[in-house]
Design a protein around this ligand. Structure first.
Ligand code: SF4
Length: 384
């Protein structure tokens, strides 16, 4: 692999593969029914070149294959993309190279090929081990398949994250405990435990509007969230972000780049990016559909449809909202540098008194209670 540019500003690379074998009813990602799309692969490779020209030399902290279902890509396709990032910027031994996968697509030979290509972390969409819950969530795997896939992932990859969903209608603390017992018996080094949220425009949102509940009520949701935190903390995981729990050395470097406000480029349909040039930060967005994205790259060399200069206010708000998600919180000085003014002390003090935030020197972070109502904590700090 090429030499990593350690002296340059860090950069994370997100590669969006938008196809899925089937579309889940709660999903609001930019996804399309699976098909072979060689044009898209070529377009992504060309778009990476555009980004290298724009970003200049950078230290690549992570490459993340997300989707959609990027594990529908072959080992050789993944290898080609990693080689391209390596040739353009350089990839080091400590660069996190991660891919998302579903238990249904588990294919040991393909996963071995990913590992040989340089993938060092696999993020597995377990969601639940309970067949009835998986059916209700519209997943096409069962609990046995989830267990087999998790076991195989742990054999092949040095770092593995298991994604779980809690808070589906009818779930009790006892049911959640049983799910966590099974999960912890595998001891994955990283766990993302997401609360089921009903996103506008999804099949679940339509069901709820017909009066058919899909998620638990707010009180139960808070109880379940607390239980996840307590169980995983007892098992030695650090809740370094609202929904993410890691053993030492297994935090997601890619997601941390988002939460810490580092630059990232997004290639592939609908991928977002943030890039700082001459001290100002741009929010970028690639064309949404695979067809439009490929056409755009063919015409202009880049998949971008939007390149918005963030105002100092927007940059500061984003830094605060993302940074409060992680245990290290935000630097109040950095916030003030971005915003052009300090956070009003009266707002900070009011939230401290309510036990929702804490401050140690320059760092301001959310307490456990604050994490449960993080959107309103951020809004109060920002005065919106
Ligand atoms: S597999 Fe994942 S990305 Fe694809 S539709 Fe389901 S939830 Fe969405």
């Amino acid at each position: 692999m090429a030499e990593l540019s350690k002296n340059h500003a860090p950069l994370a690379v997100y590669i969006h593969w938008p196809y899925c074998a089937r579309i889940c009813p709660y999903c609001d990602f930019n996804v399309y029914k699976q098909k072979q799309d060689d044009d898209l692969l070529r377009a992504i490779l060309a778009d990476l070149k555009h980004w290298r020209t724009r970003s200049g030399p950078r230290e690549i902290v992570s490459i993340h294959f997300g989707g959609g279902t990027p594990s529908l890509l072959s080992g050789e396709e993944v290898a080609q993309l990693i080689r391209s990032v390596d040739a353009l910027w350089g990839v080091g031994d400590d660069t996190e190279i991660a891919i998302e996968a579903n238990p249904t697509d588990m294919d040991a030979a393909r996963w071995e090929a990913y590992r040989a290509a340089g993938i060092n972390r696999l993020s597995l969409g377990v969601q639940s081990f309970d067949d009835a819950v998986l059916t209700r969530l519209g997943r096409d795997h069962n609990g046995t398949a989830a267990q087999k896939a998790l076991e195989k992932a742990l054999q092949i990859f040095p770092s593995v994250s298991a994604d779980m969903i809690f808070g589906h209608t009818g779930q009790t603390v006892a049911h959640l405990d049983a799910e966590l017992d099974t999960l912890l018996s595998f001891a994955p080094p990283h766990i993302s435990a997401y609360q089921l949220t009903i996103e506008e425009g999804t099949a679940f949102a339509r069901a709820e509007s017909r009066g058919e509940a899909r998620a638990v009520d707010t009180d139960t949701s808070a109880d379940l969230y607390e239980q996840v935190g307590a169980r995983l903390s007892d098992a030695g995981y650090d809740a370094y972000e609202v929904s993410n729990h890691a053993k030492d050395g297994h935090r997601s470097r890619h997601n941390l780049a988002y939460w810490q406000g580092l630059d990232y480029v997004g290639v592939g349909p609908g991928a977002h990016g943030r890039i700082t040039e001459d001290g100002v930060r741009y929010a970028t967005l690639a064309a949404l559909t695979p067809r439009d994205y490929s056409a755009r790259v063919n015409e202009t060399g880049s998949g971008l449809t939007d390149n918005t200069l963030l105002s100092s206010e927007d940059r500061a708000s984003e830094y605060l909202m993302m940074g409060l998600r992680i245990s290290e919180g935000i630097s109040v000085k950095t916030y003030a540098d971005y915003a052009g003014e300090a956070l009003p002390q009266t707002r900070v003090d009011a939230l401290k008194t309510m036990g929702l935030i804490m401050q140690k020197g320059d760092r301001l972070s959310a307490t456990q209670a604050g994490r449960m109502v993080l959107n309103s904590v951020s809004a109060k700090l920002l005065g919106v």
